[in-house]
Design a protein around this ligand. Sequence first.
Ligand code: NAG
Ligand code: NAG
Ligand code: NAG
Length: 493
Amino acid sequence: MVDTRPFLPVSSHAGSDPTGPSENRRKPMKLQLSIFFVLLTVGFFAALLTSNNGSDNGFVKENEHGSLASPSSEKQLRPVSRGPAVGVSEKSNRLFAKDNENQLAYPWNNSMLSWQRTAFHFQPEKNWMNDPNGPLFYKGWYHFFYQYNPHAAVWGDIVWGHAVSKDLIHWLHLPLAMVADQWYDKNGVWTGSATILPDGKVVMLYTGSTTENVQVQNLAYPADHSDPLLINWVKYSGNPVLVPPPGILDKDFRDPTTAWLTSEGKWRITIGSKINKTGIALVYDTKDFIYYELLDGVLHAVPGTGMWECVDFFPVSKTEENGLDTSVNGPSVKHVVKASLDDDRHDYYSIGTYHEKNGTWIPDEPKIDVGIGLRYDYGIYYAAKTFYDQNKNRRVLWGWIGESDSEAADMQKGWASVQSIPRTILFDKKTGTHLLQWPVEEIESLRLKSYEFNQVKVQAGSVVPLDVGPATQVRLFVMYLCVSPIRSRPRSC
Ligand SMILES: *[C@@H]1O[C@H](CO)[C@@H](O)[C@H](O)[C@H]1NC(C)=O
Ligand SMILES: *[C@@H]1O[C@H](CO)[C@@H](O)[C@H](O)[C@H]1NC(C)=O
Ligand SMILES: *[C@@H]1O[C@H](CO)[C@@H](O)[C@H](O)[C@H]1NC(C)=O
């Protein structure tokens, strides 16, 4: 059902035609590339202007009421949106939408905007999506669960959507895995994580918002472990298995992690919270995922960072180029703590040392501690979660991209949010402080053709046409060799 067609010109474009005859609209790639850098520059300025413009309110109103019904309008101070026929999307039109309330807007409708759906990123057919939940590889399938509102393109009525894939790129959508049908998750089946037990069975821990809006942790497991698609899920009859401990407020206790083993053979999890303005990660041990023991102290705490959501905790290898199961520990391993700060809606991580005995973690560099230093991503990216992919021996990172559309625009288009392309994640041996991220190798399967151009001479400020034939998307890898005019010697730059 997902419309993955690239932009299709609409012939019934009303209004002036700034680009001339229609055959010019399908310029051969040679021409398109020659204007590529100009477009890039334009795009960059557009982004700056958008963020300087503040809130999005206003443009939707124009869409709802905008029409070309009064061409006699005296003021034509800004250009009327050129519309999809010339590749202009509603988003780019916001640039022009504000300066004069009386100006005419292009009459966008949903089918025109449908091409803005992504072709490669994960998204459900319609409605609202947020955090990734319980990703895992099971009996030949990658499973992806996600926070989902089945009724609308805005947050609310949250349940678990579910999809499976063979390659993390192409997805089959399955029935909802868990719905809000118990007192302990009536106000939402919220974020959780999967743990694969040594016998291959799967347990899921998730946060429920109760009828009284208390955040509690619940246990669920597959109804049939022989089903590779894990279609049906059972909620444990004794739920909830954890309620907010003394000193923690009812609404500050959520998002349990994947469990890891201690050397004593117990399972250990961490759950984000806060005390006043200090973000913390509580630690629990359990033998059976039913009864839990709260450890003294916390895994880590950072004053001033507020509520920690979606805490993630995992080992990275200092020596190897592969990912590690969450239970791996030892001298060749560092541990990462990631928290999603509810206050600023960004994902921060830090690398440090895990002390198994007292269940604490200490950052290597206190200056770049969790929440005050490094982020996974400097765009819109939140509530990320990793999992260990035992199929390819790698750790894979998922993250929710909330986009920048207004709520009204989301309702108009009928969907909200995408997930990032999954990324493999490794310790950066060079810096010792950072993680390396790269889209999973399966993404390469989407590339259809490639061309190599060698010894292309580029003068400063010049435009160099490259003939790559027709294409709707082009990815450029460029290696520059700069020749210094003074020494006439190649140098890298
Ligand atoms: C949207 O507008 C285009 C161009 O005018 C038109 O072809 C299309 O049928 C419209 N779609 C809907 C759902 O109104
Ligand atoms: C939290 O803040 C309140 C009010 O400022 C204070 O009384 C209390 O001691 C603080 N709690 C902790 C654990 O610091
Ligand atoms: C936990 O143990 C480590 C290593 O022994 C120690 O450095 C750290 O101070 C301990 N933390 C707490 C809170 O006791």
